[in-house]
Design a protein around this ligand. Sequence first.
Ligand SMILES: Cc1c2[nH]c(c1CCC(=O)O)Cc1[nH]c(c(CCC(=O)O)c1C)Cc1[nH]c(c(CCC(=O)O)c1C)Cc1[nH]c(c(C)c1CCC(=O)O)C2
Length: 369
Amino acid sequence: MASTSDHSFEPLKNDLLLRTARGQKVERPPCWVMRQAGRYLPEYHKAKGTKDFFECCRSPEIASEITLQPIDRFEGLIDAAIIFSDILVIPQAMGMEVIMLDGRGPHFPDPLMTPEDAQYREVMEREVDVKESLDYVYKAITMTRHKLKGRVPLYGFCGAPFTLMCYMVEGGGSKIFKQTKTWIFKYPSESKKLLQKIAELCVEYLALQVVAGAQIVQVFDSWAGELSPSSFREVSLPYLTYICDHLPARLKELKQEVVPMVVFAKGAWYALDELCQTKYDVVGLDWLHEPKEAYAVAQKYGKVLQGNADPGVLYGGHAAITKVVEEMVEGFGGGKQGWIANLGHGITPFVNPDDLKFYFQEIHRLSGT
Ligand SMILES: Cc1c2[nH]c(c1CCC(=O)O)Cc1[nH]c(c(CCC(=O)O)c1C)Cc1[nH]c(c(CCC(=O)O)c1C)Cc1[nH]c(c(C)c1CCC(=O)O)C2
């Protein structure tokens, strides 16, 4: 039985991704994909059974089992694991109810309507203890590290303050972001107080994931693309920056190694220069970026990129996959420095896992390994 209290782990046998994230020259580009443990995998459905999604997240046994599924299936082709969890555990820790509706995504029965709401005051005033309330995530991370036996490094993650705020005010996904836009434009100061509170919780949450065994961390700003460049600068970037500015110091305080940090602001193509000027080691890209152009920008700042094929190419068969991988390998400088191969967003349901396998194989083949 893998322990959740023993923090002495087997040494890492494949540190390719961590070396790449630190900017070193490497023999080939490391690869993994966002949402690699998920609905496209038959073994995911088997492990989940009829259990509720968050119930799986709260069980270290199930969460670690699901985390390892893509590692086992794509053995030798994949260079990182990402802990099976969700960005919405932070709003839950802040006292909000979140349920996952099968096939329809997350739902908050009682979202934050206006700053006058009792719920906003409660959320702002509540002392949130991310150590205690998210203990199950740390346990899942520790158990996963034991089960990985050093095969590949493990990503921890959190949602970006802006994306989490979107969910907290919309009550779920959205097309027109009515509530989000009302909040940021009508109630800017209350929005910023909420964003700052979330940012502080993110720092502590990521730090504790590292204590538990996460070896690299990623911040997901999935809704950044809903903002104009100027709004992004006001309601997203400062809080993304707060996280990368404060996490290293907090890790040192906790006597932890400072791990590489990744930021993924989906849709914020206009902010690539600004993101490259933050303290994040790696900037994640969606498929709106031309690899070659983004690589030239990142090289200027000595940043590493992660991404970025359209996940939809995995529905398109082998020839389409080969073409997109060729463009990436060439655009990202041949893949010997500064590039972690991934998709431009999470892998989507109904992808045939063998097509993802082919994607990984093509990355290996076309980057010369
Ligand atoms: C926005 C967001 C969420 N969650 C997450 C984000 C940021 C990344 C992104 O933009 O995709 C992050 C996330 N969610 C999940 C992971 C696990 C690790 C991984 O394999 O990448 C990660 C990193 C599992 C999950 N999170 C969810 C599932 C599917 C649950 C199920 O139906 O079984 C999984 C495996 C559910 C979820 N969770 C969320 C949504 C919108 C949904 C429903 C849509 C969907 O299923 O893709 C919120």
